[in-house]
Design a protein around this ligand. Structure first.
Ligand SMILES: *[C@@H]1O[C@H](CO)[C@@H](O)[C@H](O)[C@H]1NC(C)=O
Ligand SMILES: *[C@@H]1O[C@H](CO)[C@@H](O)[C@H](O)[C@H]1NC(C)=O
Ligand SMILES: [Zn+2]
Length: 296
C-alpha cells in the first residue's frame, strides 16, 4: 500500500509571499477585511442553498471530458489550500448551460465545506476550477462574465477512509510544512472521475464569485448534490496543513447574501413545464372542439 503512494519527487523552492497573497481566513487579514468586490459585490460566493427555494429545471447534463483518464499530479501548499494540477492532456467541461467549452485549471480543497445545504456544513469541499477556452488563461478568464466554471464535490464524515483521496493525502503530508512554491509530483496517477460522486447529473447551479480575493463575480457554480465521504483521520491531515502564520485549521469563507439570485436545481429530464404546456394545449383544443360542435 505504501509503495503505491510513493511520492518520487519533491521540489522545494523558497517560499514567496506576494502583496496580493496578503490575506487569511482569520484575524486582521480575515474575510471581513478582504478588499474590493469581496466587500462590495452583490453576487458573492459561497452561499447557503435553501433547497426549498431552488428552482427545479432541466439545464442539461454536464459533460466531463477526459475526466476518466489517469493523470500525473503536482501538489502545492499555497498557504490557503492544497492545490493539485494535472498534467499533460487538457481536461474539459461542457454541456449544461455552459456557453462554451471550459478547461480544467486546477483542483483544490476547503475544510470544512464552503457551501452549506439547508445550513448544514459538510466536512470538506473539492473545487474543480475550469476556465472558458475563449480566453488565454484562467486569470484572463476570471475578468470576464462566465469566464470560470467550478464544479464542487461535497464530502461528509464517515467512519471509513475514502481510498480515492489517499494519494492526495500522502502528498499533502509532504508539503504540509512547506508553504509557497513547494510541490510534489505523485507517482500514483489521479483519475478525476473518482473524485466525483456516481451521480453527476444532479446539481445545484447559481451565478457567483471566486471565494478568495479578488472575489471576481464571473463564476458559474455547479454544486453536485450527491456527496462523497472522508474519515476524521483523513480530514485531520488537511487540518494540520501549515501556513506562514500557524496551522490552516480551516479555510472556508463565510456564506454570502444570495440577494436577487435564483438557485437552480438541475434534475435530468425534469419536465413540469412540459406537462403544464401540454395541459394548456389540451384545454385550448377542447374549447375549440366544443365551439365547433356548438355551431354545427
Ligand atoms: C496571524 O494569525 C493570528 C490569529 O491566529 C491573527 O490574529 C493575525 O492577524 C495573523 N497575522 C497575519 C499577518 O495574518
Ligand atoms: C494570461 O494571458 C495574458 C494575455 O494573453 C498574459 O498577459 C498574462 O501574462 C497571462 N497570465 C498568466 C498567469 O499566464
Ligand atoms: Zn475553492
Amino acid at each position: 500500500m505504501k509503495n503505491l503512494y510513493v511520492i518520487f519527487t519533491i521540489i522545494i523552492g523558497l517560499s514567496e509571499i506576494t502583496a496580493s497573497d496578503d490575506w487569511s481566513y482569520l484575524g486582521d487579514n480575515g474575510p471581513e477585511h478582504w478588499p474590493d468586490l469581496c466587500i462590495s459585490g452583490k453576487k458573492q460566493s459561497p452561499i447557503n442553498i435553501a433547497t426549498e427555494d431552488t428552482v427545479k429545471i432541466d439545464l442539461g447534463k454536464l459533460k466531463f471530458i477526459r475526466y476518466d483518464f489517469a493523470f500525473q499530479g503536482k501538489i502545492t501548499n499555497n498557504g490557503h489550500s492544497i492545490q493539485v494540477q494535472l498534467c499533460c492532456v487538457p481536461i474539459h467541461l461542457g454541456g449544461a448551460n455552459l456557453p462554451s467549452t471550459y478547461i480544467l485549471e486546477q483542483i483544490h480543497f476547503h475544510w470544512p465545506a464552503e457551501h452549506t445545504i439547508d445550513n448544514n456544513r459538510d466536512a470538506l469541499e473539492l473545487h474543480f476550477v475550469h476556465y472558458n477556452e475563449q480566453y488565454s488563461n484562467a486569470s484572463m478568464a476570471s475578468q470576464h462574465e462566465n469566464g470560470i466554471a467550478v464544479v464542487a464535490t461535497l464530502f461528509e464524515m464517515n467512519s471509513e477512509d475514502n481510498l480515492e483521496i489517499m494519494s492526495i493525502l500522502k502528498a499533502t503530508e509532504l508539503v504540509s510544512n512547506a508553504v509557497g512554491k513547494t510541490t510534489a509530483l505523485m507517482e500514483t496517477k489521479i483519475i478525476p472521475y473518482l473524485l466525483l460522486p456516481k451521480d453527476h447529473t444532479t446539481y445545484y447551479y447559481y451565478d457567483g464569485s471566486l471565494t478568495t480575493p479578488g472575489c471576481q463575480e464571473t463564476v458559474m457554480w455547479y454544486i453536485l448534490t450527491e456527496k462523497l465521504s472522508i474519515s476524521e483521520q483523513q480530514l485531520n491531515i488537511f487540518k494540520s496543513v501549515g501556513t506562514n502564520n500557524g496551522t490552516l485549521s480551516f479555510n472556508h469563507r463565510p456564506t454570502q447574501i444570495v440577494g436577487e439570485r435564483a438557485i437552480y436545481h438541475h434534475l435530468d429530464g425534469y419536465s413540469a413545464a412540459t406537462i403544464h404546456l401540454s395541459n394548456l394545449v389540451n384545454v385550448c383544443f377542447s374549447l375549440l372542439l366544443s365551439k365547433l360542435l356548438y355551431f354545427k
